[in-house]
Design a protein around this ligand. Structure first.
Ligand SMILES: C[S@@+](CC[C@H](N)C(=O)[O-])C[C@H]1O[C@@H](n2cnc3c(N)ncnc32)[C@H](O)[C@@H]1O
Length: 200
């Protein structure tokens, strides 16, 4: 997908002015970006969910990379809210999405995702491997029945991943979604990324 130079300028500024630029740059590893491009390519196929420009909540939204990629794609969205428990993410995510933030289309919130009441049409969580099954179960129980839910995890066994999935089948069962519209995996050099799209 294409990244335009104006957005690129805001990305660089967000990284430069963040509290820990090296850590912020972890959001731009090839595997991170490829996983988000994959997500965008798959949701674009679910055209019926995008006819009326949906609202999107991204839980564990980190520094707002996925939000920016969605804004720069040809998917029409009303607005995106990025929720993260780390208070340093809010300012960086706002800078990453400066154009849409100024237009009132992007919001960043500091909150535990399990305590945040989402009412968005589309709810994304690509930080699945950063929460326990109990946290996830509570998080899922708070979500509206009508929302399209998009989840990503992986089999990358590193200390900061507190609950990985060994394969796609295990991930599907961890998600507990009843109505699965898509399930797939992406082979990356160091790990496999899994994605499930569905509803409760
Ligand atoms: C390393 S990052 C994102 C990794 C993910 N694979 C991705 O592609 O976006 C994980 C993020 O989840 C956030 N996080 C962890 N637990 C959370 C919680 N309970 N509520 C909200 N955000 C949380 C962290 O603060 C961090 O910004």
């Amino acid at each position: 997908m294409q990244i335009d130079t104006e957005h690129l300028h805001h990305w660089m500024r967000a990284i430069r002015e963040s509290e820990d630029p090296m850590r912020t740059m972890d959001a731009f590893w090839r595997g991170q970006i490829l996983s988000k491009e994959w997500l965008i390519a798959e949701i674009k196929k679910l055209e019926e969910y995008f006819i009326n420009c949906p609202t999107i909540d991204i839980h564990g939204g980190w520094v707002g990379t996925l939000s920016s990629l969605i804004f720069q794609s040809d998917i029409g969205v009303d607005s995106i809210t990025s929720i993260d428990i780390d208070p340093t993410c809010k300012k960086t995510a706002e800078k990453m999405n400066q154009i849409e933030y100024e237009a009132g289309k992007f919001h960043a919130v500091t909150s535990d995702m399990c305590a945040y009441e989402s009412t968005a049409d589309i709810i994304i969580n690509t930080s699945f491997e950063h929460i326990t099954q109990d946290q996830y179960d509570q998080w899922l129980s708070n979500l509206p029945l009508k929302s399209l839910i998009i989840l990503q995890s992986n089999n990358y066994n590193i200390p900061e991943h507190i609950r990985i999935a060994n394969d796609l089948e295990e991930f599907k069962s961890q998600t507990k979604l009843k109505n699965i519209l898509y399930a797939g995996e992406l082979d990356l050099p160091l790990y496999k990324r899994f994605m499930v799209i569905g509803q409760k």
